[in-house]
Design a protein around this ligand. Sequence first.
Ligand code: HEC
Length: 201
Amino acid sequence: LLFVLAAFVLASCAEIEDRPSEPLPDQTVLTPGDGPLFDSGNDLILPADYREWPFIGSGLGLTYEDEPAAGQLPAFTNVFVNPSSYTSFMDTGAWPDGSVFVLEFRSSHTDARPNQAGRFQGDLQFLEIEVKDARFEDGWAFYGFGPGSDLAERAAPLAGDAVAPCIECHTEHTAVERTFVQFYPTLLEVAREKGTLKPGF
Ligand code: HEC
């Protein structure tokens, strides 16, 4: 029996060592379908197709943390949500567990023909993600994927001092749950209709 056990333990060790150091991005799925893909527990894999997801809103020069760098026009923001969560929100005005939000910051430009005075979007500057996930203490997880010039393929959830401002602002100033639905006009209408806006909105 001991021999069998030893052989089993050895085999398991070999199996662990055989695992590729870069695990494939289909290991754990919180929700079936288009929900978040996790790796090593809570590390989030950047959704490869988020640009094909519903686009829920855009901002221009919404400054709430740092002032834009001198000489730069204020950035555009674009927000996308995974399709099944979007459909669910349209029915209920609330977000299901496993909702994934992608926030892009893009540079702002004026200088191209035939534009006279308006602005258009340029390069990806930064990307952040937020996931509604009941496994987290607050029920939501926040991720930074870094500058667009060096975007990470996966990211660990922000923790401690890095996540505190995300949680604070996304708790105090958001219209629906932890999301800024007040800036997403078609969703705002739905939330109003379904009565899911926080008091004060
Ligand atoms: C001081 C306020 C503030 C802080 C701090 C903040 N955010 Fe936001 N966040 C916003 C606003 C305002 C929007 C709406 C953006 C838009 O409409 O373009 C937003 C939108 C988002 C969205 C899109 C989904 C949603 O909630 O509406 C994500 C994802 C996001 N933020 C991630 C983060 C992460 C990650 C952090 C921490 C590193 C963070 N935010 C910190 C104000 C904040």
